[in-house]
Ligand binder design. Structure first.
Ligand code: ADP
Ligand code: MG
Length: 429
């Protein structure tokens, strides 16, 4: 029993590690880094399995090394697969003892079938992956056992004992079950990530369509101003001085309209690649989010008051932080139907960048705060109750936290903390 637990731990370990490193891990188009991480994690797991084998009765030892091997091949791709296979055989030779050839023969028969699945595997559904990998594991363990037991019985004159049959069953069942459990866990985790991504994108689309109306409204203002001036120009004779002043106003108005559209478009762009982590200054993102929201705020009679320190850096996906800020600011605006001021502050606290968004809106009851972040919790007629949840997920993924304090009738204070990125002065120049 103790042995079995050690084996299970050894096979579970790579999955924990793998999630920690957060590589994308589809076998196609893997980078060198992915291959290296895949190999390191897989080989540690194989090494643990082989070093602490399970013994059912005297002389019959076995381990679950094929479980990390199969997972490594299917999820890590050909290079991880080849290097892990080589590692496994290499370590098997070092351990020595009988049966090296048996391991080699049985694997050489089955491994091609597993490698053959690499290309197709990422395109299967979650269920089909579970099925295929379980079958492969069953096939491999039956082959390993058949080859070994045939060899043993050959030596002892075709004599098959009850022990051998039990051993055979133990081996096949624990390998097949082991793969089944692990692939199930891996696929559940992936499904979860996929759903989260889809929800994020859905909420963004909704915010985008909400904002579009106010943006259109806001762009119409400068156009009206410029139109008025041009009408005047056509009718009246103006001196040079007046022309210059009016010209400048018109240019400013048009620039503003252009800026609003540019910012909006960059927010509305589809989600960028999850691997696009960058280091950037928080200030630029806050300014951008505020600019996107100004038209919406104007319609509701809301003003912004921002105090943001320079030189605050974080490592994240640009569009994600924007999405969080826009979601929170939008909620704050919606909480102030009578208008008011939203304060936005950013600073540094220990190793964290802090961003505070403080409104003077309707606030929330303790029960509502409790519900915050749960999917589909909304108090608005046309709300979805996804915005805050998406914010929580994004900030969590960055290793940060969001705190809320709120009082009914007074307002709400959202406080975001994200691990700060330390940057040498000269790098930022
Ligand atoms: P939605 O905005 O679609 O309702 P959210 O997830 O963005 O969904 O917000 C969920 C709920 O949390 C809102 O319906 C509202 O009741 C509450 N809430 C969020 N932010 C604030 C805020 N700044 N002031 C008051 N209530 C808020
Ligand atoms: Mg919202």
């Amino acid at each position: 029993m103790k042995d079995l637990i050690v084996q299970l731990f050894s096979t579970l370990l790579p999955i924990l590690l793998y999630q920690m490193f957060g590589t994308k891990g589809y076998s196609l188009n893997t980078t060198k880094r992915d291959v290296l991480i895949g190999f390191m994690i897989g080989s540690v797991s194989i090494w643990l399995c082989m070093s602490f084998p399970i013994s059912i009765f005297d002389g019959y030892l076995y381990d679950l090394r094929d479980v990390p091997l199969i997972i490594g091949i299917l999820y890590g791709g050909p290079w991880v697969g080849i290097s892990l296979s080589a590692f496994m055989f290499g370590y098997r030779v070092i351990i020595g003892g009988q049966g090296i050839y048996l391991t080699l023969i049985s694997h050489i028969i089955v491994l091609p079938f597993i490698f053959y699945q690499i290309k197709k595997f990422p395109h299967y559904s979650h269920k089909k992956r579970l099925k295929v990998s379980t079958l492969l594991s069953f096939f491999l363990s039956v082959m390993v056992m058949t080859v070994s037991l045939t060899a043993i019985s050959l030596r002892s004159g075709f004599y098959i004992t009850k022990d051998m049959v039990i051993f055979f069953l133990y081996f096949v069942i624990s390998n097949t079950l082991g793969i089944n459990i692990l692939i199930f866990l891996i696929e559940k985790h992936r499904e979860h990530i996929q759903i989260t991504d889809e929800l994020q994108e859905a909420e963004k689309m909704r915010v985008v369509s909400h904002l579009a109306a106010s943006i259109a409204h806001e762009v119409r203002n400068p156009l009206t101003v410029v139109r008025g001036f041009i009408q005047m120009l056509a009718k009246e004779n103006m001196n040079q001085e007046k022309l210059q002043v009016f010209g400048e106003i018109m240019l400013n108005e048009l620039d503003r309209a252009q800026m609003i559209i540019t910012d909006y478009l960059s927010f509305a762009r589809p989600q960028s690649d999850p691997e696009n982590l960058e280091i950037f200054e928080v200030k630029t993102k806050i300014e951008k989010a505020v600019n996107v929201m100004i038209p919406y705020a104007l319609v509701q009679g809301v003003e912004f008051h921002t105090v943001v320190a320079n030189q605050l850096f974080i490592r994240a996906e640009r569009s994600k932080l924007e999405q969080v800020l826009v979601n929170l600011i939008k909620n704050s605006i919606e909480a102030m139907p009578q208008g008011g001021t939203i304060q936005i502050k950013a600073g540094k606290q220990n190793k964290y960048v802090t961003i505070d968004i403080i409104d003077q809106g309707i606030g929330m009851t303790p029960e509502q705060i409790e519900q915050l972040g749960k999917p589909f919790f909304t108090t608005k007629e046309t709300g979805t109750g996804i915005g805050i949840m998406v914010c929580y997920r994004i900030i969590e993924a960055l290793g940060g936290i969001i705190k809320v304090s709120s009082e009914v009738g007074k307002g709400t204070h959202f406080s975001i903390m994200i691990p700060a990125e330390i940057i040498q002065e000269n790098v930022t120049e």
